[in-house]
Design a protein around this ligand. Structure first.
Ligand SMILES: C[S@@+](CC[C@H](N)C(=O)[O-])C[C@H]1O[C@@H](n2cnc3c(N)ncnc32)[C@H](O)[C@@H]1O
Length: 259
């Protein structure tokens, strides 16, 4: 989501994509984890349309939410205002953003750090290490390279067919895994039609960096984080257990170890 998006595109994102990590359920689990460690304030990096920032605020967590894309943030702000939730979304780059108040945890959910290059990811981790207090928590996810290299889909496939207001959306993926570079080259063909006329096709492309558990462990250790828990993805009932080569995602809960 690097470009400005229309209202319908944002609604499509919320209904079809933003829900894939089951943010309502996952936010409840994160809240439990924060409460158990007396964490009351957190930073949500790459908050998108507020999938996590809004439910976490409803749970009583004090959330600072940032995103680099104005149109997604405006939608997040509108959604929060509509629900009477006092949260102020900020336009900022997570690579170097420093909140002006203390936070006990940082979250960056649903393939958000995957859009950063590996060097940018390390820079971001160093920034987060500076922001967090000792034992501060870091929660993020990436696609699991060990799963993807075994099981990625090599053909074009249909992901969504949905009506949003008066617009129809039909979305195909034609992604390629670059095993050497560990990059998922995502290509989406988005067909949009209003009523029975006006069929348009848009192409959306982005490169997602994919990591194996071993590589993540090495990077996190090098910067000063210890992995506390790994999960393999999300469901309506909660996190899925992590099984290497069988889990689509690696959801990391890590703790800051060095000063
Ligand atoms: C796949 S979306 C996930 C959004 C949200 N976390 C969710 O769970 O639905 C990734 C988000 O990260 C944002 N983003 C990408 N690079 C960023 C950066 N350097 N700093 C802040 N936000 C960034 C994008 O604009 C996008 O909204």
């Amino acid at each position: 989501m690097s470009q400005e998006m229309s209202k319908e595109d944002l609604e499509y994102y919320d209904e079809c994509q933003g829900s894939r990590t089951h943010p309502e359920t996952t936010s409840k689990l994160l809240t439990k984890l924060f409460r158990a460690r007396n964490i009351v304030s957190i930073l949500d990096c790459g908050c998108g349309t507020g999938a996590y920032a809004i439910p976490l605020t409803k749970e009583g967590i004090n959330v600072t939410a940032i995103d680099i894309n104005n149109s997604v943030m405006n939608r997040a702000q509108e959604k929060a205002n509509r629900q009477g939730i006092g949260i102020k979304f900020k336009n900022a780059n997570m690579i170097n953003y420093k909140p002006n108040k203390r936070v006990g945890a940082i979250i960056s959910m649903y393939n958000t750090i995957s859009v950063l290059t590996r060097d940018q990811f390390k820079k971001t981790l160093r920034n987060w290490h500076e922001i967090l207090p000792p034992k501060g928590l870091l929660i993020f996810d990436v696609y699991n390279f060990d799963y993807m290299k075994r099981k990625y889909i090599t053909t074009r496939y249909l992901t969504d067919a949905k009506q949003i207001g008066s617009k129809f959306y039909v979305v195909f993926h034609d992604d390629r895994l670059d095993e050497k570079e560990k990059i998922m080259r995502v290509k989406m063909e988005i067909f949009k039609q209003t009523k029975w006329t006006d069929l348009k096709k848009e192409i959306y492309q982005e490169n997602l960096q994919i990591y194996s558990v071993n590589e993540l462990e090495k990077i996190l250790k090098e910067i000063g984080f210890k992995i506390l828990e790994k999960h393999g993805g999300y469901s309506k009932k909660g996190f899925l257990p992590f099984k290497n080569e069988k889990s689509e995602f690696i959801v990391i809960t890590a703790e800051k170890i060095n000063q």
